[in-house]
Design a protein around this ligand. Structure first.
Ligand SMILES: Cc1cc2nc3c(=O)[nH]c(=O)nc-3n(C[C@H](O)[C@H](O)[C@H](O)COP(=O)(O)OP(=O)(O)OC[C@H]3O[C@@H](n4cnc5c(N)ncnc54)[C@H](O)[C@@H]3O)c2cc1C
Ligand code: SF4
Length: 548
């Protein structure tokens, strides 16, 4: 392999996912030459496929949006300290996706703004002993204009009356909400009986034709797959095409970045990556933006050791990779006497955010909503009660009778971060390119389990009031919760001793090294995170463009 210095750009963006797609578009539109490096492929609807057994939702037999299983091992350390090598079919891998668009290629597209209190958790609740709970260095009000840009520039369907109630906003959603389905209507009646507020679930999905693409056709395979009408708005069909349309952005796929190159004087000077032909390339730039997602961005920082930074870039205070978090999911399932299924996708239509904060004795809380339409295999795997046979005639009859009678609510609870929930790099194991792999260890803070139990009880209450019977929920145990909602390994803050970047996503001690992805999150809200990741990327990239 040859090491060739052949490319010079204004900006190199690593990772063409949610954050990276936004950064590439804004910087190319600002007149910068951009190299956008993505380790995965550009995927069509047919490439992503419709395999119910192997997809980003049910991954134990394979994934449909990356990464390539053989090339990308990780090491997982269990609570007893035993380590094992794993691939992305293992839940412990904490996978999101590896493709152009990143997770947004196959996501469910729930598009929640965090609440003002989500940015000031430590001030509001105090800091549980041993936790990494902290306030964000920016407020909801500072992020609100960028939430608005994300909602309009990618496209969110939602109900203005619902959204304005809890979060001050200046502009309505660009599209009306998707229709309520039967489950949503039944749950709304249940919530009303309890005196609970409900609202539409905002979705990054076209409810009407928009930006040259069709509206949602209400198919039943939204989450974990691509969209047959291209109505689901990710960066692969919004921001990245915008970046490429400038003629200033080069998107290189199957391009695995090995490390960032930095001098000893606080400047990143470029990156070393492996292209699809297996060549090692050195590219140089004025600015480097890391958008590999919370796990891989931390890995890149740790693998980019220099004489001046022997522990990795931004890691002088051992903060890179710490406070890795995602979401524990709380919820319950119950059974109705009659069918509550009309097959109208995508599925999540009704939510309550009444329990996201101000719950007695609980730090934070969470959102609850009805679920995406579930593939029969996921139904069998997750919802068949104990005592029902798992195969044979009786099993089939049970599924036929009950699939359409299930009522389910669930949602993310606010993780209380732990500094010991951690991404590091393994001293021994290397990937296909010879790069040290991610080592994953630790668990959420125990306080998260109390929030989870509290939210399970609320979910059960909601189902009961909606007429469901034989209601059931599962208790959580201490573990990691990164995965699809991974966040928090390079948190932003004012103090370089307790954070990795400043309030603009710029790595402490560097002039020109930025992060624009979920790793910036100080806490991860009681909501799906992508709209916040997108909003932060608009803020970070807008700032780079304006200050240069
Ligand atoms: C099935 C599924 C459903 C989801 N549903 C929702 C939802 O309803 N709502 C919601 O808010 N969120 C949802 N998510 C999560 C959401 O997609 C993520 O929060 C979001 O994509 C994270 O953005 P990011 O920019 O941090 O990283 P990503 O979008 O993961 O992008 C990172 C990209 O960087 C690339 N990369 C990493 N390392 C390198 C390297 N060294 N060199 C080159 N490229 C690299 C990766 O391949 C990847 O494409 C879902 C995700 C999945 C998979
Ligand atoms: S439910 Fe709608 S947005 Fe989702 S994949 Fe189907 S058509 Fe696309």
């Amino acid at each position: 392999m040859t090491d060739r210095a052949i490319h010079k750009y204004d900006v190199i963006v690593i990772g063409a996912g949610a954050g990276g797609g936004v950064a590439a578009a804004l910087l190319a539109e600002a007149g910068k030459t951009v190299l956008l490096l993505e380790r995965g492929r550009r995927m069509t609807f047919a490439d992503v496929g419709r395999d119910h057994l192997r997809n980003q939702r049910l991954s134990q037999h394979g994934v449909n949006a990356g990464p390539n299983l053989a090339d990308n091992p990780r090491v997982f350390v269990d609570p007893q300290g035993r380590s094992r090598i794993i691939d992305a079919t293992d839940g412990a891998y904490q996978n999101n996706a590896a493709a152009v668009g990143g997770g947004t290629q196959v996501y469910g597209a729930q598009a929640w703004r965090y609440l003002p209190d989500d940015f000031r958790m430590a001030s509001k609740y105090g800091v549980p002993a041993g936790s990494g709970l902290a306030d964000w260095p920016i407020s909801y009000e500072e992020l609100a204009p960028y939430y608005e840009r994300a909602e309009w520039e990618l496209g969110v369907a939602g109900d203005e009356a619902d959204a304005g109630r809890n979060r001050p906003r200046h502009k309505e959603y660009p599209m009306p909400p998707l229709p309520l389905n039967i489950q949503g209507r039944v749950l709304r009646a249940g919530a009303q009986a309890l005196g609970w507020d409900t609202q539409h679930v905002p979705l990054l999905i076209n409810s009407v034709p928009r930006q040259g693409r069709d509206a949602c056709a209400h198919c039943q395979q939204c989450v974990g797959f691509a969209c047959p009408t291209d109505a689901k708005n990710g960066t692969h069909n919004t921001m990245i095409p915008r970046a490429l349309a400038t003629g200033l952005c080069t998107l290189e796929t199957e391009a695995m970045t090995e490390r960032v190159i930095a001098d000893g004087a606080g400047r990143a000077t470029g990156v070393v990556y492996w292209n699809s032909a297996g060549e090692q390339i050195t590219a140089t730039s004025e600015v480097v933006v890391l958008s590999g997602g919370a796990v891989e961005t931390a890995r890149l920082m740790l693998n980019s050791k220099t004489d001046a930074h022997p522990n990795g870039l931004g890691n002088d205070h051992d903060m890179v990779g710490r406070n890795f978090q995602g979401h524990f999911y709380a919820g319950a399932v119950g059974w109705m006497d009659d069918s509550v299924w009309d097959g109208v996708g995508p599925g999540p239509t009704t939510a309550t955010i009444r329990f996201n904060h101000d719950n007695d004795g609980i730090v934070g809380g969470g959102m609850l909503c009805d679920d995406f339409i579930m593939q029969p295999i996921n139904f069998v795997k997750g919802s068949v009660p104990r005592g029902v046979p798992r195969w044979g005639k009786e099993h089939k009859e049970w599924v036929r009778h009950n699939y359409t009678r299930m009522l389910r609510v669930f949602g993310p609870v606010h993780d209380i971060p732990s500094p010991d929930a951690r991404i590091s790099v393994d001293p021994d194991v290397r990937d296909r390119w010879g790069i040290p792999v991610v080592r994953i260890s630790g668990a959420t803070h125990p306080e998260t389990l109390r929030v989870h139990a509290f939210m399970n009880a609320r979910a059960e209450e909601w189902l009961r009031a909606s007429g469901a019977k034989n209601i059931h929920s599962d208790a959580a145990t201490l573990s990691l919760s990164g995965g699809q909602h991974q966040a928090g390994t390079c948190r932003m803050g004012h103090d370089p001793k307790t954070s990795v970047t400043d309030t603009w996503g710029r790595v402490h001690g560097f002039d020109n090294l930025y992060i624009a992805d979920g790793s910036l999150h100080v806490t991860n809200g009681g909501f799906n995170p992508v709209l916040t990741i997108l909003a932060l990327a608009f803020r970070v990239a807008g700032h780079i463009a304006e200050s240069w």
